[in-house]
Ligand binder design. Structure first.
Ligand code: DHB
Ligand code: MG
Length: 254
């Protein structure tokens, strides 16, 4: 690589170190370095988001919020799609909720569904503190109970809750969306286990059933990308709702 090329890419001395020998090997140290580089270069620091993570940790919630690069992806997808109404299934401590709420206009609304009241309380405080209280409604209850009470259409749906229910949540995403609605599913790769026929668990099988829905149900057109970020090796599935969602109820009703 020429020095000019290196300069243009803005590699820091630390990042350049990973390419010594002209080849970057996929070691944990190296991919973590790349994630840190992307995060530092493109995402940066944000007090409200970092406070939300700290509050989540202090409350004893699991540290399974999306990575900063993935939060920024959700934010960009909301903006790129011009979303005004967002449905999030799985609020946790509100980290991804804040990213999404910042990606919609002032009169937009994120409806986020959370089964655990303690999680919802932590999220509510962090969302309000971020100045986004008017843009987020939290619906407390299990997805299977809350989703039938919601009215669409939503412009973007983010599914990041109990993996066992991914197929059910995708069905609700299709019912509550419209042609063109963006659907994002977290945790599509699960450290490679999704493609390992020797691995099985209720969560993993739920992830697989969700991906099968995305691949076979005509209401979706989808892909998935592997991710290597702060949370390790996983993946994200991204879909759009097709024209089939219009009239789908007619098609299944007798
Ligand atoms: C788990 C759930 C998630 O949504 C995630 O992003 C990572 C891990 C889990 O339940 O282990
Ligand atoms: Mg997740």
């Amino acid at each position: 690589m020429s020095p000019a090329c290196s300069d243009r890419r803005g590699l820091t001395a630390e990042a350049a170190h990973a390419t010594v020998g002209g080849m970057t090997e996929l070691t944990q140290e190296n991919w973590r370095r790349v994630d840190a580089y992307f995060t530092d270069t493109l995402v940066g620091h944000d007090e409200a988001l970092e406070h939300a993570v700290a509050e989540q940790q202090a409350a004893g919630l699991p540290a399974i919020e999306v990575a900063p690069v993935a939060g920024k992806l959700l934010h960009l997808l909301a903006r790129i799609s011009g979303a005004r109404r967002v449905l999030e299934i799985g609020t946790l401590g509100g980290y991804s909720t804040i990213w999404l709420a910042r990606g919609i206009p002032a009169d937009g609304l994120v409806t986020t569904v959370e089964a655990e009241p303690v999680n919802a309380a932590v999220a509510r405080a962090s969302i309000d503190r971020a100045g986004l209280g008017d843009k987020v409604e939290i619906r407390i209850g299990r997805g299977e109970d809350v989703l039938p009470t919601l009215a669409g259409p939503f412009d973007l749906v983010f599914i990041d809750a109990d993996k066992e229910s991914n197929a059910l949540y995708l069905d609700w995403a299709a019912r509550l969306g419209r042609p063109g609605t963006v659907v994002v599913v977290d945790n599509a790769g699960r450290a490679g286990e999704v493609a390992d026929p020797g691995e099985s668990s209720p969560q993993l099988d739920g992830v697989r059933r969700g991906l099968e829905v995305l691949g076979t149900d005509p209401r979706f057109d989808a892909t998935a990308l592997q991710t290597l970020d702060r949370k390790g090796w996983d993946g994200v599935a991204i879909a759009v709702l097709t024209d089939v969602v219009e009239g789908f109820d007619d098609a299944v009703e007798p």
